[in-house]
Design a protein around this ligand. Sequence first.
Ligand code: CMP
Length: 142
Amino acid sequence: AIERTFSIIKPDAVAKNHIGAIYNRFESAGLKIIAAKMVHLTKEQAEGFYAEHSERPFFGALVSFMTSGPIMVQVLEGENAVLANREIMGATNPAQAARGTLRADYAASIDENAVHGSDALASAEREIAYFFAADELCPRTR
Ligand code: CMP
């Protein structure tokens, strides 16, 4: 089915000028970018987005990293978009990421791992709504 998923290019990958290369991976895989913007998260925005991890030991480092510089946030649309994007990204820990995936190619560590992508349709809906108003999404008819 055609799905929408939420994607972040994290501060490390933006700083290394990998935005275009990462967008190319999405588009080459047939995913369409239907909304996008650059934002520099506040501490409150980062804590709210990652609220489900608030009790994890890495939460402080995660929030600190995600507010360390601008990020790109985008909505990707396409066949099986949630799983397709997870395959493009590779495993959360780049040491475990398959060859040719974004994390294998662009991530330095599990903390600075270049990209985020929704892990399920329900989280995709929540994450999209966290960053985009409904009228900021531009569904493609061609
Ligand atoms: P992300 O998909 O953005 O969701 C939470 C982030 O926490 C994750 O990517 C990792 O970059 C980071 N993180 C750091 N340590 C861990 C860990 N042990 N397990 C999962 N995520 C971690």
